[in-house]
Design a protein around this ligand. Structure first.
Ligand SMILES: CC(C)(COP(=O)(O)OP(=O)(O)OC[C@H]1O[C@@H](n2cnc3c(N)ncnc32)[C@H](O)[C@@H]1OP(=O)(O)O)[C@@H](O)C(=O)NCCC(=O)NCCS
Length: 198
C-alpha cells in the first residue's frame, strides 16, 4: 500500500523562493522526464515552470516541508495569469470575477522522493476550498502531462492539448483542464496539522 503523507501545509513566504526554485527544478527534471525531453524541461524551467511571486504575495501559494526541505508546492489564484513563473512572457495580474470567470490552479511541484504520497492532491483540495470560499465556482489550469494524471483523478476534464512555444523552434505540449466546483464535492474539512504563517 502506498504511504499517505501527513506532512502539514503552510502558506509560502517570500524567503522560501530560493528553495522553491530548487524544488521546482528537482521535481520537473525527474517527474517530467517520462513525458518530455531534457531540452524541453530545461527550457520550461526558464519561464513556464517557476515561482510566481504574485501568488506568494497574495497568500495563495502553499508549501509542504519535511526535515528542513521543501517537498511540495502549489497554489491557486484570483488573477488572470494561467501559468508560468515570474520570468514567463505572458502575465496578467488582473483580478478574475468569480461570477463569470474560473479561479486558476497554479504551479504544483512535488519532490520525486515524496511523489504519490497524496501531497499534490492535498494541496489541490486546499486550493479548491479557498477558491470556493472566495466565491469561485469553476477552476482551470494548464497541465503538464504529469499534472494531467493528478488533475484527472481529481475530477478535471481535459481539452485538446496545445503546443506551447518555449522558444523559437521548441514547443511543449500542455493540456488545458477545467472543473466545476459543483462537481468538486464538499470540502473535506480542515486540513490536518496545518500551520498558517501568513
Ligand atoms: C503532478 C504532481 C504534482 C503530482 O503530485 P503527487 O503528490 O505525486 O500526487 P498525489 O500523490 O497527490 O496523487 C494523487 C492521485 O493522482 C494520480 N497520479 C498522480 N501522479 C500520478 C502518476 N505519475 N501516474 C499515475 N497517476 C498519478 C493518482 O491517481 C494518485 O492517486 P494514487 O497515488 O492513490 O493512485 C507531481 O507528479 C509532480 O510534481 N510532477 C512534476 C511537476 C509537474 O508537472 N507539475 C504539474 C504542473 S501542471
Amino acid at each position: 500500500m502506498v504511504e499517505r503523507s501527513s506532512l502539514p501545509l503552510r502558506r509560502a513566504l517570500s524567503e522560501d523562493v530560493p528553495r522553491l526554485e530548487a524544488l521546482i527544478a528537482r521535481s520537473a527534471r525527474v517527474l517530467c522526464a517520462v513525458d518530455y525531453t531534457t531540452e524541453q524541461i530545461e527550457a520550461a524551467l526558464t519561464g513556464a515552470f517557476g515561482v510566481d511571486s504574485q501568488l506568494i504575495e497574495d497568500g495563495t501559494y502553499f508549501v509542504v516541508e519535511s526535515g528542513g526541505r521543501l517537498v511540495a508546492c502549489g497554489g491557486w489564484s484570483f488573477r488572470k495569469t494561467l501559468f508560468g513563473g515570474d520570468a514567463a512572457a505572458v502575465r496578467d495580474a488582473g483580478v478574475l470575477d468569480p461570477a463569470t470567470e474560473a479561479a486558476k490552479i497554479r504551479a504544483f511541484f512535488v519532490d520525486p522522493d515524496h511523489s504519490r504520497q497524496g501531497l499534490g492532491r492535498k494541496i489541490l483540495e486546499r486550493c479548491e476550498r479557498e477558491a470556493r470560499e472566495r466565491g469561485y465556482r469553476r477552476f482551470e489550469l494548464m497541465a503538464t502531462r504529469s499534472g494531467e494524471r493528478l488533475y484527472r483523478r481529481c475530477g478535471y476534464v481535459a481539452a485538446e492539448p496545445i503546443d506551447y512555444e518555449l522558444r523559437v523552434g521548441l514547443t511543449i505540449d500542455f493540456v488545458p483542464m477545467a472543473k466545476r466546483a459543483s462537481s468538486a464535492g464538499p470540502s473535506r474539512g480542515q486540513p490536518e496539522g496545518e500551520t498558517v504563517k501568513a
